[in-house]
Design a protein around this ligand. Sequence first.
Ligand code: FES
Length: 110
Amino acid sequence: MARLKGFRERLSQERVVQVETEQGPYVVRLVKGVPVVHYALCPHRGGPLEDAYEIGGLLVCAWHRSAFRIGDGRAVHGPSCSDLPVVPARFDGPDLLVDWTREPADATGP
Ligand code: FES
């Protein structure tokens, strides 16, 4: 479990922050007050998901409009055949705890 110090305040100001990890680049974003951590590059052709927009519980890539469920990264629309890796995360006081050691959320459900 990694601790990103001061990320509660930082996310409340910036809403979307890209971080470099041993697993590659990830994006941390605040969605209705809940932290969401997902891979920074779109599984379709590597579009920068820091620029993706949120609509109706979906994260939409700005390049070709692949849409992924924000909660688990499942690809539900557009050209991407792969799901988006989403990593468990939660606030702990002023910090954000991210479980990089766990497999990304299982997006194989309905
Ligand atoms: S790169 Fe994201 S949909 Fe094509």
